[in-house]
Design a protein around this ligand. Structure first.
Ligand code: CTP
Length: 397
């Protein structure tokens, strides 16, 4: 799977450094050429000899070795991928700011290869706003982050921050270096909040920013999918996918229906208005005329309509922004709208949902339920598409 691929394995100074030995062994077994780069902190936890014995390339520790005057550029330019395992709070912060003071940080800044970071630290550090912000910035630059597990930590503590399982780390490396698990798949994503006109200047809207939908579109694109985006908000200019800009629920309905036949996966991340004014005033309503009476009528429920007509091979993903009874409402929507997956978030929680760069969700399927703790929307997108891929492969077996 990784035959001949050149991987720089950066190991930093955390208790989880011993697990990097297992990761190194698995990468070598999969056929990769592994060049270990150990920081001085790592050497407090693991020995150079262990990695030298396992890896195909010699261990490197310093910018000032005798073999090469510029080892970081040689490593950075020659790598197919740089994996940092474990990634401490320090290396994450240095990488975010471009501070390159040792061989590993200099290599990270000097490479154009994909980078995979595997954070591991105490729960308090993992949840600290500085760490989460650094990871958000790095994720938005395209860095792949293997979120830590919950479990036993150093000193007998238990919580989030434990290095991800070596199998998951190696699977991520294989995915990043592979052809992409959504190649040949068309993914339709909706994003943003619809606007229902009252008069030429006013509308009924909602707080959706479109960020979660854009993250889903970017993640699907990077995994090889053909992406169709139907959005109420213009996407970032570099998104580079087929985009249909709409405003109202009716326009979104029309755009989705016109393209959904081509889609293998439809992700309804948009916040679609449930009701729209029966009449739109031709000219601006005037205050002197007194408070207007706005009569509303239901919009078409796009997700439910797609759920009624979906092909056997189509995967339909809905979202549910809730403020109470989150799990019960989500499961109800999953069944009622005949979706395959329903991504629920409690938008009353801090840092979750509308207008934030972060989100915290639970992905519900008929036979699965997965918590995605508060993290960058790109990582939420990754978890949602992982669930889509798992759903498709379970269905095909
Ligand atoms: N949705 C849709 N068309 C609508 C309303 C919602 O396709 N007219 C989709 C949303 O994009 C989302 C899912 O349905 O994926 C859930 O939307 P939500 O508004 O939470 O569900 P409702 O059934 O409208 O329930 P309620 O507003 O009462 O919570």
């Amino acid at each position: 799977m990784l035959d001949g691929r050149r991987i720089v394995l950066g190991v930093t100074g955390g208790i989880a450094a011993y697990k990097a030995v297992e990761v190194c062994r698995r990468l070598v077994d999969a056929g990769a050429h592994v060049s270990p780069v150990l920081t001085s902190g790592a050497l407090h936890f693991v020995g150079e000899t262990t990695f030298s014995a396992l890896a195909s390339e010699p261990v490197q520790r310093t910018l000032w070795g005798e073999d090469s005057p510029i080892p970081h550029t040689r490593l950075g330019q020659g790598a197919d991928l740089v994996l940092v395992c474990p990634a401490t709070a320090r290396v994450i912060s240095d990488y975010r700011t471009g501070r390159s003071h040792d061989l590993l940080t200099a290599t990270l800044v000097a490479t154009r290869a994909p980078v995979v970071l595997c954070p591991a630290m105490h729960t308090e550090m993992w949840e600290h706003a500085a760490i989460q912000e650094n990871l958000s910035v790095l994720a938005s630059r395209g860095v792949h982050i293997v979120a830590p597990d919950e479990g036993r930590l150093a000193g007998g503590d238990v919580g989030a921050g434990r290095l991800a399982d070596p199998a998951r780390i190696v699977a991520t490396v294989e995915r990043v270096l592979g052809p992409g698990d959504l190649v040949g798949t068309t993914v339709l994503v909706t994003a943003g909040g619809t606007r229902e006109a009252i008069d030429p200047v006013r509308f009924i809207g909602n707080r959706s920013s479109g960020k979660q939908g854009f993250a889903l579109a970017a993640e699907a694109r990077d995994r090889g999918a053909s992406v169709i985006l139907v959005t109420t908000t213009p996407p970032p200019p570099d998104l580079g996918v087929e985009t249909h800009l709409v405003e109202s629920a009716a326009q979104m309905h029309q755009a989705v229906v016109s393209r959904s036949a081509d889609a293998d996966v439809v992700v309804m991340a948009a916040a679609v208005a449930d009701f729209t004014p029966v009449e739109v005033a031709d000219s601006k309503l005037k205050k002197q005329e007194g408070p207007p009476r706005i009569v509303l009528e239901p919009t078409v429920d796009i997700l439910a309509e797609l759920g009624r007509s979906k092909r056997a091979d189509q995967v339909l993903v809905g979202f549910a922004a809730e403020t109470h009874d989150v799990a019960a409402n989500a499961r109800d929507k999953l069944v009622r709208k005949n979706a395959d997956l329903l991504v629920a978030n409690d938008v009353s929680a801090p840092g979750v949902g509308f207008e934030h760069d972060t989100n915290e969700v639970v992905i519900h399927g008929s036979e699965m339920e997965q918590n995605v703790p508060l993290t960058d929307k790109r990582l939420v997108a990754r978890a949602v598409l992982d669930a889509v891929v798992a759903h498709r492969s379970a269905r095909s077996t």
